[in-house]
Design a protein around this ligand. Sequence first.
Ligand code: C2E
Ligand code: CA
Ligand code: CA
Ligand code: CA
Length: 277
Amino acid sequence: AKAEGRSRTMFFESLMGETVRARFQLEAELRLAILEDQLRLYLQPQVNSSGVQVGAEALVRWQHPTRGLTLPGLFIPLAESSDLIISIDRWMLSAVCRLLAELDAEGSSIRLSVNISPRHFQQADFVSEIQHQLEASGADPSRLVLELTEGIVIGDIGDVIAKMTLLSTLGIHFSIDDFGTGYSSLAYIKRLPIHELKIDKSFIQDCTSDPNDAALVETILSIAKHLHFQVVAEGVETLGQSEFLNARGQIIHQGYLYGRPEPAAVWRARLSQSGAT
Ligand code: C2E
Ligand code: CA
Ligand code: CA
Ligand code: CA
């Protein structure tokens, strides 16, 4: 039994060794990815209840030299445990601001949402960084939406309010992503200059079959209505889900039913074909 215990310990040690090594390798590759321009900007449409595309969410992809196109689920969690996430967010923000300026020049009034991780938001120079990105690109701040998760309120609430208020005065809008899944304090949410709530796809998934999920979605819609927030429903895949939402208000829809995330160039071509503005 003693020998067995030892071999088991060795097994786990080597397993952990592999994991640590794999993490180190992924981190090193990711650092290189940013330097060597392997990140890609993808966009997914957001449509209003009349089916008009009013915005799009920017989602990062990693064009890995050997593994191919890699989804954020495989590298964002690791990136979030270090300052790597700040470099990724900045790369995306800069790509989004440039795209916004180009769309603006074409007469489009579409808005673009970009994900900001808590570690990035907590940087002391976050406000001036955003200001700089807007000035450098010439993007209209009122077309930029920053998606924050409830996780940001874990930090210094005074600092969070100050940063958001400053950016709001520039015209930037804020959206609370994955609303209802995180550390949710309505007392805090109420104090922030928020424009929009995003209902997480886990609630939308079964809203037509599970009364609990239906009730949760309705509760979020009611909170949004009372606090005058716009609502985006994420992960809308079926007509049934879209009808459920349309019966309950003016909600912006995002999901495979309307379009998958696509490379920025493909998304743009489709946008000009549709004649949307
Ligand atoms: P998220 O912000 O909640 O983004 C929505 C995710 O749902 C995206 O996954 C999107 O592709 C997926 N999705 C959209 N419609 C549907 C649908 O109808 N059904 C299903 N099943 N899924 C749908 P994706 O692109 O894999 O991104 C995963 C997460 O990675 C994002 O979740 C976000 O938290 C993070 N992420 C992506 N890009 C960035 C970034 O530039 N910066 C940061 N900090 N995080 C990012
Ligand atoms: Ca998001
Ligand atoms: Ca989400
Ligand atoms: Ca999410």
